[in-house]
Structure formats: structure tokens, C-alpha cells
Design a protein around this ligand. Structure first.
Ligand SMILES: NC(=O)c1ccc[n+]([C@@H]2O[C@H](COP(=O)([O-])OP(=O)(O)OC[C@H]3O[C@@H](n4cnc5c(N)ncnc54)[C@H](OP(=O)(O)O)[C@@H]3O)[C@@H](O)[C@H]2O)c1
Length: 391
């Protein structure tokens, strides 16, 4: 395999750090040309000293000034900030591949810029496809940029599709751990706190996706992501609860075969696959012992206790601006829940209320996506304020 120059967006987050662990074990193959984060400048300075990128991008001037004081003397990295800075980190450093792992809609513009420039993308930032799937996939077709999923479920599907005729696919099956509250009653769910929701049973992840996993909105976002990545209708995408998180997802073929990818829940495996495929990188991760796992169980999702999944299917089917609006409202509601301003149940109630208010329209441009995103954020904050949450 040749050398692949990497830009890593969201390098200080859970996925970003796991990516740098993979890269550290394969330094000669993956030189890092840029790193981007928001405000975690101490961590970014540590990473810069280790990986010697050309460009470091942060959220604003204040973070950039602070970062400059922390960089080791002699490091030649250019420090940039704001939207232009992120665009430079993504598409202006000569990267062969962008690892897109900023959280939320913040990832959209730099990821889109990389795709427009024909740079391959290892995509963790599912919100980009949820909000702007049609535009993003059209841009990738036009520029020739390959989008390789990092999400473990989509990586599993991608791998289970390899070498097979897409015409033979009957359905895609996304597995979901069910999150920490899968066995909770409606009454118990009403008492869920941020601390309880942040303790995911099988995956260690950033706070936003951990809360999304607890409401099953994460699976809903993944359904929409799968629709765009694999060009399948929503009737052909199924979700099944699988608490052990060992079978990462499956493809069902018309002859009755199911192909799946299995592994321990460790994001380094799908990250390594996205960076190197079709080759495999040797990783020093714990190995799956099937006899020890002993039992793999599967059950239907309960849309009554976890309505976010049904909302996401409906928004995906509606299309146009509905998924972007749902995504933005959810991001606001999750932020307010984490700050103690909304209850667990109000996260999905807020998203539903914003979607109910929304007149779906088409999204012909990224500007239109950003406008729908802004509208939904304002609506979600207003809903929260009128329901006792300080927005
Ligand atoms: N974690 C997982 O296992 C996992 C699995 C599949 C998919 N994903 C997806 O990967 C993405 C990242 O998830 P994560 O769990 O790694 O999140 P995380 O731990 O919260 O990290 C988020 C990263 O994004 C940066 N960031 C936050 N706000 C930003 C902004 N406004 N502008 C630019 N950068 C910003 C953060 O920088 P600071 O540190 O400076 O705030 C950090 O580097 C999400 O889209 C998530 O859905 C995650």
C-alpha cells in the first residue's frame, strides 16, 4: 500500500484519538498533514508535537492564540481558525484522505469541501449525510471522491457488500446495542439523568452520540446515513437490537444468505478499515473469543418506548429538509439535556415538535441546508424555553 496523507477533523474527540492510535502504529503509511478541533488546545498541541502536521485548525482566534503558546518550539505548523481554517485543514493541505470526525453539523462544510475537491473521506460524522445526503452523494459522484464509512454498522455493511452484485441485496440490517435503557419501562425512562445516559454499556464515545444511543436517535441517524451511502430505500433498511454489539450489521441477500461482520466493539477496527481498505492493518486490539461471548441475541426495536427511531424513519422518508431539521433540533435538545435544562423524554418531544412545525422543502444547495439547520435550532431553543428549559 502506498503512502496516504491524512487530514483529521475532530482529532481531539473519541474517534479522532482512536484514529491517531491507529496512525501511530502505522506512521510511515499515514503522514498527518492537518489536525482540527474546536477548543481542546492542550490535547491538540500534544498531538501536533507527536504527528507534526502542516496545519492546525481551531474554532476561533482565542483558541488559535492559546494554541500558539502551547506548541513546541521549532514546530512549523500553521495555526488557522474559523470556517476558513477548517476548509484549509480539510481541502487545502494536499491530503489524500480526510477523516471526518467533528461532532454534529459543524462537520458539514469541511467534509463537503473535501468531497468537492475529489479527496477521499473516511466518514464518522454521520450528521453530514443526514443533513445533506443528496448534495454530498451527488458531489462525490461528480468529483470521484470515495466515501468510506467509519461508523461500525456501515463499515460492517460496506464489508458485507464487497465482491457481491448489489442487485442481489434484499435488505440491510443495522444492529443497535439498545443503549443503557433498553430494559427500562416508560416510568423508569422518565427519571433518566445525563450521568445515567452517558454510561453506555458497550461503546465508549463522545457525549452527543452517547445520548443519541440512549434515545435510539443514533440508530435513526444511521438509517438515513445507510440510505444515502448504500442507495437503498427505507423499506429495505431494518434495525435489530443486539445488546452484545458483536455483530456490527448484516446484509441480507435474495438467496436467503446473511453476510455480517463481527468483532469486539472497538472503533479502531472500522477506522483502520476505512484508512487502508481493501488492505487490512494489523491492530493490537483485544481479540474476539466467540466461546466466551457464548450468546448473541437479537430482538425487535420498541418504537413506543424509543420514539426517536420512528421519527428518523419518517423524516428520512419525507426527505428534503426534514432530516436536516431533525438533526439540528436533536443536536440542540441533546445539548440542553446534557446541561440539565431538558429531561430525557423532552429530547425526542422537542425534535418531534420542531418537525411538526416544519414545512418540508427541497435543499438545492449547502446554503439551503445551513438555513434549515439555523431555523430548526431556533425553533428547538424556543420550544425548550416554553417547556421550562433554559435555552
Ligand atoms: N465515538 C464513536 O464511537 C463514534 C462512532 C461512530 C460515529 N461517530 C461519529 O463521529 C463524530 C465524532 O464523534 P465523537 O464521539 O468522536 O465526538 P467527540 O468525542 O465529542 O469529539 C468531537 C470532536 O469534534 C470537535 N468539535 C466539536 N465541536 C466543534 C465545532 N463546532 N467545530 C469544529 N470541531 C468541533 C471536538 O473538538 P474539541 O475537543 O476541541 O471540542 C472533537 O475533536 C460524530 O459525528 C459521531 O456521530 C462516533
Amino acid at each position: 500500500m502506498g503512502v496516504k496523507k491524512l487530514a483529521i477533523l475532530g482529532s481531539t474527540g473519541s474517534i479522532g484519538k482512536s484514529t491517531l492510535e491507529v496512525v501511530a502504529a502505522h506512521r510511515e503509511r499515514f503522514p498527518v498533514v492537518s489536525l482540527a478541533a474546536a477548543r481542546s488546545v492542550e490535547e491538540l498541541a500534544r498531538q501536533a508535537a507527536l504527528f507534526q502536521p502542516q496545519v492546525l485548525a481551531v474554532l476561533d482566534k482565542e483558541a488559535a492564540d492559546k494554541l500558539k503558546t502551547l506548541l513546541p518550539p521549532g514546530l512549523k505548523a500553521e495555526v488557522v481558525y474559523g470556517p476558513q481554517g477548517y476548509l484549509q485543514a480539510a481541502a487545502g493541505c494536499g491530503a489524500d484522505m480526510v477523516l471526518s470526525a467533528m461532532v454534529g453539523a459543524a462537520g458539514l462544510l469541511p467534509t463537503y469541501a473535501a468531497i468537492k475537491a475529489g479527496i477521499d473521506v473516511a466518514l464518522a460524522n454521520k450528521e453530514t449525510l443526514v443533513a445533506a445526503g443528496e448534495l454530498v452523494m451527488a458531489a462525490a459522484r461528480e468529483s470521484g471522491s470515495a466515501i468510506v464509512p467509519v461508523d461500525s454498522e456501515h463499515s460492517a455493511i460496506y464489508q458485507s457488500l464487497m465482491g457481491n452484485d448489489p442487485a442481489g441485496v434484499r435488505r440491510l440490517w443495522l444492529t443497535a446495542s439498545g443503549g443503557p435503557f433498553w430494559s427500562f419501562t416508560k416510568e423508569q425512562l422518565a427519571g433518566v439523568t445525563p450521568e445515567m445516559a452517558l454510561a453506555h454499556p458497550t461503546w465508549s464515545m463522545g457525549p452527543k452520540i452517547t445520548i443519541d444511543s440512549a434515545t435510539l436517535m443514533n440508530k435513526g441517524l444511521e438509517v438515513i446515513e445507510a440510505h444515502w451511502l448504500f442507495d437503498r430505500g427505507y423499506d429495505d433498511i431494518k434495525v435489530v437490537i443486539h445488546p452484545q454489539s458483536v455483530v456490527h450489521s448484516l446484509v441480507e441477500y435474495v438467496d436467503g444468505s446473511f453476510l455480517a461482520q463481527l468483532g469486539l466493539p472497538d472503533m479502531k477496527t472500522p477506522i483502520a478499515f476505512a484508512l487502508a481498505h481493501p488492505q487490512r492493518l494489523a491492530l493490537d486490539t483485544p481479540q474476539l473469543n466467540l466461546a466466551q461471548v457464548a450468546r448473541l441475541s437479537f430482538e425487535e426495536p420498541d418504537l413506543e418506548r424509543f420514539p426517536a427511531l420512528g421519527l428518523a424513519f419518517a423524516a428520512g422518508r419525507e426527505g428534503g429538509s426534514a432530516p436536516a431539521v431533525m438533526n439540528a433540533a436533536n443536536e440542540v435538545a441533546v445539548g440542553l439535556f446534557l446541561r440539565g435544562s431538558l429531561t430525557y423524554g423532552q429530547i425526542t418531544a422537542c425534535v418531534r415538535a420542531v418537525l411538526d412545525e416544519h414545512q418540508t422543502h427541497s435543499l438545492p444547495s449547502v446554503a439551503a441546508v445551513l438555513e434549515a439547520d439555523r431555523w430548526a435550532r431556533a425553533q428547538a431553543r424556543a420550544w425548550a424555553e416554553s417547556h421550562g428549559g433554559a435555552a
